[in-house]
Design a protein around this ligand. Structure first.
Ligand code: AN7
Length: 362
């Protein structure tokens, strides 16, 4: 336990004897069985892969550990990325652990507070770019090419190599691949990586089946579904507000080879799924992560029954990344009371047995 992705899956990764054994405890995330949604949707086996349980609270750590270890091996002093937030948090953490300088370019005003706080806490240089993620990636790519800086976005193949280990873990736990995998799609690195992982395990005889890959983009940021870049992507799920995904081809390959689909979900559907996950499953995830769950709900409600199927939803990041969103959507905003038993009992009314209407007090 806790040995990290490089050690655990060394034989599937592009490592050499000179690759440093970097880890801050990524991987081995829980695969949790649904307690509510499975019954509601009539699915026998529904699991959530909790990637928010990684060290920086998103799936990015799996690919970042490989990309940063390889950057060290190649002698880089600085790593750089563009990010909607999670990649920057992860790059900053692994850059710090590796003793490298980290520079992150983020779209100004469109990154969740927790993610920015992480990048700053880990000591990265954070540059708020007056543009969107696609602008930031363009600038980062050009800068990295011109300088001896290692670009650690998912255009770096080492990122994909590391991220595919999540697929391995799912098969290792379930004993086979699921029938369907639901996953949010932004820059499309993750869907590309999962498909690579499932394929490799299948080819190596570790899995008998291959899942159908079911990717979901936010309606206002759905270039892959539209078949063309979106110039001004918009969605409440800022992590996937991306108009020109770098791994576009990989997403199409995953979709087509797996006989899967890439669809859209509205912001309202994303927020419904976000609330349902927290309130009914006890899983506080990011809005972007809820896009995959929203996609599953939409798929089943459209008449695609999944009885008898094994389904996995990838929960890509933790809800604590964006505490403000949870507060905005609260059904029960925090209340206030004096430090007095009677006052709190009055406030609770019938809500808590024994506290209402002046019952027995000791
Ligand atoms: C929580 O951090 O692109 O399709 O710069 O943070 O592999 O891009 C984040 C993406 C899903 C989409 N869920 O994954 C970034 C960034 C969460 C995310 C995605 C992201 P990709």
């Amino acid at each position: 336990m806790g040995e990290g992705v490089l050690k655990r899956y060394a034989r599937y990764l592009p490592l050499t004897p000179d690759t440093p054994a970097l880890s801050i405890g990524e991987g081995e995330t829980p695969l949790v069985r649904s307690r509510h949604l499975a019954g509601e949707l009539g699915i026998d086996e529904l699991y959530f892969k909790l990637e928010g349980c990684n060290p920086t609270a998103s799936f990015k750590d799996r690919g970042m550990v490989v990309a940063v270890a390889k950057a060290m091996e190649r002698g880089y002093g600085t790593i750089m990325c563009a990010s909607t937030g999670n990649t920057s948090a992860s790059a900053a953490a692994y850059g710090a652990a590796a003793g490298l300088e980290t520079v992150v370019l983020v779209p100004q005003g469109n990154v969740a507070e927790g993610k920015l706080s992480q990048a700053v806490a880990y000591g990265a240089r954070v540059i708020n770019l007056r543009g969107n993620f696609d602008d930031a990636l363009r600038v980062a790519r050009e800068l990295a090419e011109a300088r001896s800086v290692c670009l650690v976005n998912s255009v770096n193949p080492d990122r994909i190599e590391g991220q595919k280990t999540a697929a391995f873990e799912i098969v290792d736990v379930l004993g086979d691949a699921p029938d369907l995998l639901f996953i949010p799609v932004g820059n499309a690195g993750n869907i590309t990586a999962y498909w690579k992982g499932f394929r490799e395990y299948h080819d190596g005889g570790n899995a008998a089946r291959l899942p159908r890959m079911m990717g979901f983009q936010a309606e206002g940021a759905a270039p892959i579904v539209a078949g063309k870049p979106v110039e001004h992507p918009q969605t409440i799920a800022s992590a996937i507000r991306i108009g020109n995904p770098a791994n576009w081809e990989g997403a199409l390959t995953a979709r087509d080879e797996s006989e899967g689909d890439i669809g859209t979900v509205s912001d309202a559907e994303i927020l419904d799924a976000y609330k349902l996950m927290a309130r009914r499953e006890g899983i506080f995830c990011e809005a972007a992560s809820a896009a995959g769950v929203a996609g599953l709900i939409k798929h089943v409600r459209a008449g695609n029954g999944l009885a008898g199927r094994t389904v996995v939803c990838v929960i890509t990041g933790h809800g604590l990344k964006d505490p403000g969103l949870a507060r905005e959507l609260a059904d029960h905003p925090p209340e206030e009371a004096p430090a007095d038993v009677e006052a709190v009992a009055r406030l609770l009314g019938e809500a808590v047995p024994g506290t209402s209407g002046g019952g027995h007090r000791s």
